[in-house]
Design a protein around this ligand. Structure first.
Ligand SMILES: *Cc1c(COP(=O)(O)O)cnc(C)c1O
Length: 401
C-alpha cells in the first residue's frame, strides 16, 4: 500500500478511536455507497440512523447549495430565517413548544441533562439532581451522557463518572419504581435501545414511567437520536406509546447528514433555559438549519414513517422465517419499523456474517457482540429490501461453513 494512501494516512495521522472497515468510500446516493475501486454497496447500516433520507439527498443538496451562497454561519447573537423555520417545522410536528439547536446527539442529550437539573434546582432547590437511566443504554460520549450511558465498556478508564446518575434494568417496572426517590430530577430512556442491540421499550413500561414521573414532577427525556425521524414507523418513536414526554432529543437524521442536534421540550420545561444558561457556537447555523428543513420536509412529504412501518413488518416476517430455518443460530429477531436487531447465539458467527455481507456488497452492523443491526435508509423500496435480506441469508449460510 502506498505511503500516502488514504488508509495509511488515516491510520498514521488520525487517532485510532474507530475500528474502520478497510474500504475507502468515495460516493453515496440513496441507499448505495461506492468505494475507491468502484464497488457498489447496499447500505443496511444507514450511517447508524443518520441516513434516513439516503445519501446525498437531492433536496438537501439544493437547500445547502442555495444557503451556502447566502450565509453559512452567523452566531446566535442574531436571528436567522432557516433556524426559525426549522423550529416551526419541528414544533408543528411534535409535542414540543420550543427547541434548542446544537450539533450532535451527545450535545442534545447534554442539554437535556443540564435543563433537567436547572428545572429542579429552580423549582425545588438543591439536592434533587439524580438522573435515572437504563442499563444497556447509549446516550453519547461526553461526560454527562457517558455517565448516563448504561454500558460499562464505554466508561472504563474514564472514571470517575459524574455524580448523580442511577441506573436501572430496562423494561423493569419494579426497578424503576425503586429508583424514583425524592432526589431524582429526570429519567432518560431510549424508546428503542439502539447501540445496546435494538431492544424496544414495552408499552406498559413507558406508561408506568410516564405516570410515576408526572406524579413526582420528574422530567421524562426520550433519547430519539437513533430511532427518531421516521425510523420506527411514526415521525417520533414516543408516538407509539401514546404519551407526551417532557423532552425529546434528536440528531443523526435531522439534517440529511449535516451535523446537527436538537433538544425538544414543552414550554413548562424550556422556560427554565433563560438567557446565558446554555449555548453553542454552531447550534442551528443557517446551513445546518436549511438542511434540516429540507430533510424533515422530505421525511414527511415522502411518508417515510409509513414506509418504515410497512417494510419493517415485511422484513421482520422474512427474518422470523429465517429464524425458523436456523433455530440454533438465530436467537431472536426484534425491532420497531426499520430498526431491526438479529441476535445470534455466537459472536464469531456475527463477525463472519458481517464479512460475507461486505464481500457481497451489503453493509450491515454488528452491535454488542452478537447482534446484527439493520438501520437501512427509510427511502428503501420493497424490492431493495428483499434483495438485501436475500444477500444476508446467503451470508448467514456462508458464515456457517
Ligand atoms: C448516536 C447516539 C447518540 C450520540 O449521538 P452523537 O451524534 O454521536 O453524539 C446518543 N444517543 C443515541 C440513542 C444514539 O444512538
Amino acid at each position: 500500500m502506498k505511503k500516502d494512501s488514504t488508509i495509511n494516512l488515516t491510520d498514521n495521522f488520525i487517532m485510532h478511536t474507530y475500528k474502520r472497515i478497510p474500504v475507502v468510500i468515495t460516493r453515496g446516493k440513496g441507499i448505495y455507497l461506492w468505494d475507491s475501486n468502484g464497488k457498489k454497496y447496499m447500505d443496511f447500516l444507514g450511517a447508524r440512523g443518520a441516513a434516513n433520507i439516503g445519501y446525498s439527498n437531492p433536496d438537501v443538496i439544493k437547500a445547502i447549495t442555495e444557503q451556502a451562497k447566502k450565509l453559512i454561519l452567523v452566531t446566535n447573537d442574531f436571528y436567522t430565517a432557516p433556524q426559525a423555520g426549522l423550529a416551526q417545522l419541528i414544533t408543528k410536528n411534535s409535542f414540543a413548544d420550543q427547541v434548542f439547536f446544537c450539533n450532535s446527539g451527545a450535545e442534545a442529550n447534554e442539554g437535556a441533562l443540564k435543563l433537567s437539573r436547572l428545572y429542579s434546582y429552580k423549582k425545588y432547590g438543591q439536592g434533587r439532581y439524580v438522573i435515572v437511566s437504563a442499563i444497556n443504554s447509549f446516550h453519547g460520549r461526553t461526560y454527562g451522557t457517558l455517565s448516563a450511558t448504561g454500558q460499562k465498556k464505554y466508561q472504563i478508564g474514564f472514571e470517575p463518572m459524574l455524580p448523580g446518575f442511577r441506573q436501572v434494568r430496562f423494561n423493569d417496572i419494579e426497578d424503576m419504581h425503586a429508583a424514583l426517590g425524592d432526589d431524582v430530577c429526570a429519567v432518560i430512556l431510549e424508546p428503542v435501545q439502539g447501540e445496546g442491540g435494538i431492544y424496544p421499550a414495552t408499552k406498559e413500561y413507558i406508561d408506568f414511567v410516564r405516570d410515576q414521573t408526572q406524579k413526582k414532577d420528574i422530567l421524562l427525556i426520550m433519547d430519539e437520536v437513533q430511532v427518531g425521524l421516521g425510523r420506527t414507523g411514526t415521525l417520533f418513536a414516543y408516538e407509539h406509546y401514546g404519551i407526551k414526554p417532557d423532552m425529546v432529543t434528536i440528531a443523526k437524521s435531522i439534517a440529511g447528514g449535516v451535523p446537527m442536534g436538537a433538544l425538544l421540550a414543552t414550554k413548562a420545561v424550556s422556560a427554565f433555559f433563560d438567557y446565558g444558561t446554555h449555548g453553542t457556537t454552531f447550534g442551528g447555523s443557517p446551513l445546518a438549519a436549511a438542511a434540516g428543513i429540507a430533510s424533515i420536509n422530505y421525511i414527511i412529504k415522502h411518508r417515510l414513517p409509513g414506509n418504515a412501518k410497512k417494510l419493517g413488518a415485511v422484513a421482520s416476517k422474512q427474518l422470523l422465517e429465517m429464524k425458523k430455518k436456523y433455530p440454533d443460530k438465530i436467537k431472536d429477531i426484534r425491532g420497531m419499523g426499520l430498526a431491526i436487531g438479529i441476535e445470534l447465539y455466537d459472536a464469531s458467527l456475527a463477525a463472519r456474517v458481517f464479512d460475507e455481507c461486505l464481500k457481497s456488497g451489503l453493509i450491515v452492523n454488528v452491535t454488542n457482540g452478537n447482534i446484527i443491526r439493520f438501520l437501512p435508509p427509510l427511502i428503501i423500496t420493497a424490492q431493495e429490501l428483499k434483495k438485501g435480506i436475500a444477500l444476508f441469508e446467503k451470508a448467514v449460510l456462508a458464515g456457517l461453513k
